[in-house]
Design a protein around this ligand. Sequence first.
Ligand SMILES: [Zn+2]
Length: 204
Amino acid sequence: MFYFTKTPTFLKSLYKSCIWSFSPDVPTVYLTFDDGPHPKATPFVLEQLKKYNVKATFFCIGKNVVEHPEIYQQILLDGHAVGNHTHNHLNGWKTGTEAYLDNIKEAAKYIRSNLFRPPYGRISPFQIKQLKDDHKIIMWDILSADFDTSITGEDCLQNVVFKLQPGSIVVFHDSEKAWDRMSYALPRVLEHCARKGLRVEAIV
Ligand SMILES: [Zn+2]
């Protein structure tokens, strides 16, 4: 499996309408959690965030919100931000634009947000064009790679802390697949941020 744990500059410049990171002049980082709500992973994440009194952003799959409405409500009650991650986790490169936009609209019935993150980070320039006026398309500059079952929780932690800087947007997953690595890395990333004086905030 090939992926960049740190998004390279050429990729960012190809997709200028997307947000890849925020100002490096403010000591704030943005943790994001994709693919929930999940009955085990999401409550764990919420508990960890509460412990450090910080806020994050959850890019939810519409279908999972329908399955776990009470967990979705808890994310909102705890004061975190939510974003649309399509209704069925569609790959933009393999989906026609009309079907892709319809799927986002379906998810929007359950997820009220102008934030959008394309599943797999895969979205065509045409799809971006259709979405960018009504949405902030949030990508990332740091991938924890918690979805990669061939790495350890410690690897995942290092992927994050090694490259973390003010303004970073970090991707984790509140999902079954990422659980082993995310549940190891997240508490340690939060501890790292607290020690370094990095605020952890939701994307608005
Ligand atoms: Zn996803």
